[in-house]
Design a protein around this ligand. Sequence first.
Ligand SMILES: O=C(O)CCC(=O)C(=O)O
Length: 220
Amino acid sequence: MQTTFDLFADTESEQPRRADQIGEQSWVLRGFALPQIDQLLPALESIIACAPLRHMMTPGGFSMSVATSSCGALGWITDRNGYRYSSEDPVSHQPWPAMPEVFRELAQAAAKRAGFADFVPDSCLINRYVPGAKMSLHQDKDENAYEAPIVSLSLGLPATFLFGGFARGDRSQKISLLHGDMVIWGGVDRLRYHGILPIKPGRHPRLGEQRFNLTFRTAG
Ligand SMILES: O=C(O)CCC(=O)C(=O)O
């Protein structure tokens, strides 16, 4: 598993920066994180070194195709006892690594740009996808309250994000996400189903054959 990144490859200058509205209170901010990439990648490397990525088990007994870790006061976990947030890493029994300031500031800036000026994330879930890994359609419902938006950052290989309705069977928009893009959904859209189609094979100049997704939430 590659967990050290090429911190010097220059791939970011060509990507467009714009905001696409995908729902009443949902936005894709294209390239929004690119100016911070040189701070974000070393911070991500440090977190993974402290709280290594692992394939967690669903309550139904299946190993997730994404490998996960977390930082912040609370980390999302799953095992045979269900989905929930925990203040400690169940592998090390230590608190999760602190959320780096560059993560928090980026998430707050993206949330503000999408109309959520008061966003205070206490959890950042890190998902690592290799080609073929996916995330089935689901709602984010394990947080204590739904007033805060979900703020998501894509790094590395491209992905197709499914953004659906309020029932699993509703039609989904298919949205291409590239390195540095951010998606924010909240308010009336907070409980929309969403997921990721299987990642296509490829190699990103900085991150290699993988995609990372960082999802910032107010969980507690
Ligand atoms: O990888 C993504 O972009 C979405 C991740 C996601 O849906 C989740 O962590 O709940």
